[in-house]
Design a protein around this ligand. Structure first.
Ligand code: NAD
Ligand code: MG
Length: 402
């Protein structure tokens, strides 16, 4: 069951791209949403600005330094409770006075808080796709047990969610079709990709996003993670989830039924649209985004993804089929490789190579508990880090959240 309005909301990852868009959506509808809790990684300045406006009762940050930066910038007379460390995010995900958790941390760090929200029976607006890639089976069963509901923020999955409303039974679905923009290197062949720079890879043609997902979009790993996300959300085999490249990013995805009908979701490429759909579901609320004018867009085009130039999509599909531990390896190797690329320690083409090697070395294992998932995640990171940064002492130095 869904909570009544006004909904009391916790935003995990408030200082990120999704978090900031969600705060914009809620600011337009103060009658519908109360921000009870905000959490950000290491940007105490931005978090303090957000909190000065919204006055959440409780706040989470990743470390002591951020806590100090944050406290130093608060207006007089406002003193929220502040939790520090990774556990803060888990705690904020299961507060008694929160109805809705927006899970918008980036990366595997989103897994534990998302699971906490699932166990606590919350309405979860899920942007953090990595948590389903790591342990979709664990999160789904926690939702079943507690009555928690997941609403997909990821634009493709939100489009599918809307396209899936109102059919009879699951065997009426023929397949899901995820659209992909193709990223900044669409049309490049494998040799052209070797020399691309960090700046070129970060410049997404249609969406403005955080650094990690921007690189994932350039390698097509983002689409690979989204295929896995769709399999978990909708309980379908990977063979029923297809991908088509659609450079204009106007159609966000399609559902094909057995009668041949395909239902598409269209909209401007702005994350406020799916965020608003999730936060207010089942209501529709107004959002400050330019209207889609198809006559101005002119033409919508489609093409097959180039799996030879962008092997990450194929690696992700194979990892999901290979069993529940392979996607954990895929994700961990990808996160380390993306961090290394952003750090100038690895070329663009080394990203899929690193992930492919990690998957080749992996022996399937039991990951039915969160501890096993997180243990494998850590082991894979350590191993790859060791090869890349032989003298660094901890893989933690690799993640540099804002
Ligand atoms: P971002 O990098 O802009 O923001 C990430 C947020 O997480 C920040 O608030 C940061 O402080 C926090 N954070 C980072 N590491 C952390 C850690 N270890 N512990 C706690 N907090 C940490 O990322 P984003 O683009 O907003 O993406 C967030 C998530 O949403 C990702 O999983 C991404 O795949 C997904 N998503 C994003 C978009 C988009 O348009 N940006 C679209 C669909 C899905
Ligand atoms: Mg997406």
């Amino acid at each position: 069951s869904l909570p009544d309005f006004p909904r009391r909301v916790a935003v995990l990852g408030a200082t990120g791209s999704i978090g900031a868009s969600a705060l914009k959506v809620m600011a337009r509808h103060p009658d519908l949403f109360r921000v009870t809790a905000l959490a950000g990684g290491r940007n105490g300045t931005l978090l303090a600005e957000q909190c000065a406006r919204l006055k959440p009762r409780i706040v989470g940050v990743l470390d002591e330094q951020t806590r100090r930066d944050f406290l130093a910038r608060l207006p007089a007379g406002y003193a929220p409770e502040v939790l520090v460390g990774p556990e803060a995010f888990t705690a904020l995900a299961s507060l008694d006075d929160v109805d809705v958790v927006l899970s918008s941390i980036v990366g595997a760090a989103g897994f534990a808080p998302t699971l906490a929200a699932a166990r606590a029976g919350r309405m979860i607006c899920l942007a953090n796709k990595e948590s389903l890639v790591l342990g979709g089976h664990i999160i789904r069963s926690a939702c079943h047990a507690s009555g928690a509901v997941i609403l997909p923020v990821d634009s493709e999955h939100n489009a599918l969610f809307q396209g899936l409303m109102g059919h009879g039974s699951d065997d009426e679905i023929a397949r899901l079709i995820l659209t992909a923009s193709g990223g900044p290197f669409r049309g490049c062949d494998a040799s052209a990709l070797k020399g691309v720079t960090r700046e070129q890879a970060l410049a997404h043609p249609n969406w403005s996003m955080g650094a990690k997902i921007s690189i994932d979009s350039a390698t097509l790993m983002n689409k690979g993670l989204e295929v896995i996300e769709a399999c978990h959300l909708y309980g379908l085999p990977v063979s029923m989830v297809h991908v088509v490249v659609h450079p204009q990013s106007i159609i966000h995805s399609l559902v094909e039924y057995v009668d041949g009908s395909q239902l598409a979701h269209l909209g401007m490429p702005d994350m406020q649209v799916p965020i608003a759909h999730c936060l207010a579901f089942p209501r529709r609320i107004e959002v400050d985004v330019p209207r889609l004018d198809l006559a101005r867009v002119g033409s919508l085009t489609f093409e097959e993804p180039d799996l030879a130039a962008f092997p990450c999509l194929r690696l992700a599909r194979e990892a999901f089929d290979a069993g529940p531990s392979h996607p954990v390896v895929l994700n961990a190797a990808n996160e380390v490789a993306v961090a290394a690329f952003l750090d100038g320690r690895m070329g663009f083409a080394d990203i899929p190579a690193t992930i492919g090697n990690a998957l080749d070395r992996h022996q399937p294992m039991d990951v039915s508990t969160p501890e096993a998932v997180l243990g494998l995640d850590r082991a894979v990171r350590e191993e790859i880090r060791h090869a890349l940064w032989p003298d660094a002492d901890s893989c933690l130095s690799l993640s540099k959240p804002r």
